[in-house]
Design a protein around this ligand. Structure first.
Ligand code: ADP
Ligand code: ADP
Length: 229
């Protein structure tokens, strides 16, 4: 389990347009932080800095006290499972895409992860040999199906750190509820960063930060934030 810290983090994609203007937070190992705020506030950007899709333009991000820029991108990503908003899969089978989380997983572990992510029944209805490739050149999956593959991959990988970026947004209400309980299970005792639109989906987070205009406008627990409204 790993603690995460953002220290006075600033970031811009274009030098003349700051996105994050000084972000400070700390997530103790095993705890969950939720980041909420309006669309365009910079929530996903925070997760991209942690996953090292980009590097900060000021301040620093640490995992267990170590600046993420001082280690390789790969070693940072090895300890993180990311379920992004828009999952891009490899042009390979669904099983390959799930196994990418942990290539040496057994067949049983693979099935169990697929079951927890509610993608198992879908896979088993595919005609024999049909699941050879997903993506542009093969089997087309809906946004929700891709999201479930990404969730299965993360369940199988069981990393110390989880990033769930509106991980259930492409799912119907019923599937969302089922998967939410699977995600609650994997995130228990893992350091987790959840990005959400609605406060109601992050009731159990240890802390919530509300992002507005590149700054943290409010922070507290769910009940503290509700009391202030
Ligand atoms: P949120 O997740 O809160 O909706 P994002 O972090 O995705 O917000 O985006 C924050 C801002 O950064 C938005 O104005 C968005 O248009 C801009 N942005 C996001 N990605 C890029 C990029 N790759 N290049 C330039 N601007 C970007
Ligand atoms: P490489 O190309 O060297 O394999 P990657 O950056 O693709 O490096 O992956 C590095 C690590 O990050 C691997 O452990 C991989 O499983 C993990 N990883 C990459 N992308 C994701 C993702 N979207 N979700 C979870 N883990 C990922």
């Amino acid at each position: 389990n790993a603690a995460i810290r953002f220290e006075n983090v600033t970031f811009h994609y274009d030098a003349n347009r700051p996105i994050l203007k000084g972000i400070d937070f700390e997530v103790p190992a095993g705890q969950t932080i939720a980041i909420v705020g309006p669309s365009g506030a910079g929530k996903s950007t925070i997760s991209r800095l942690l996953f090292r899709f980009y590097d900060v333009t000021g301040g620093r991000v640490t995992i267990d006290g170590q600046d993420v820029r001082d280690v390789t991108q790969k070693s940072v990503r090895d300890v993180i499972g990311m379920v992004p908003q828009d999952t891009v899969l490899f042009n390979e089978s669904i099983a390959y895409n799930i196994r990418y989380g942990r290539v040496n997983a057994s067949e049983e572990e693979l099935s169990e992860a697929a079951r927890m992510a509610q993608i198992h029944d879908f896979i088993s209805t595919l005609p024999e040999g049909y699941d050879t490739q997903v993506g542009e050149r093969g089997l087309k999956l809906s946004g929700g199906e891709k999201q479930r593959v990404a969730i299965a991959r993360t369940i199988l990988k069981a990393p110390p750190i989880l990033i769930l970026d509106e991980a259930t947004s492409a799912l119907d209400t019923h599937t969302e509820q089922e998967i939410q309980s699977a995600l609650d299970q994997v995130s228990r005792n893992r350091t987790t960063l959840v990005i959400a639109h609605r406060l109601s989906t992050v009731v159990n987070a240890h802390q919530i930060i509300v992002l507005e205009g590149g700054l943290i406008a409010e922070r507290g627990t769910h009940s503290e934030l509700l009391a202030r409204q």
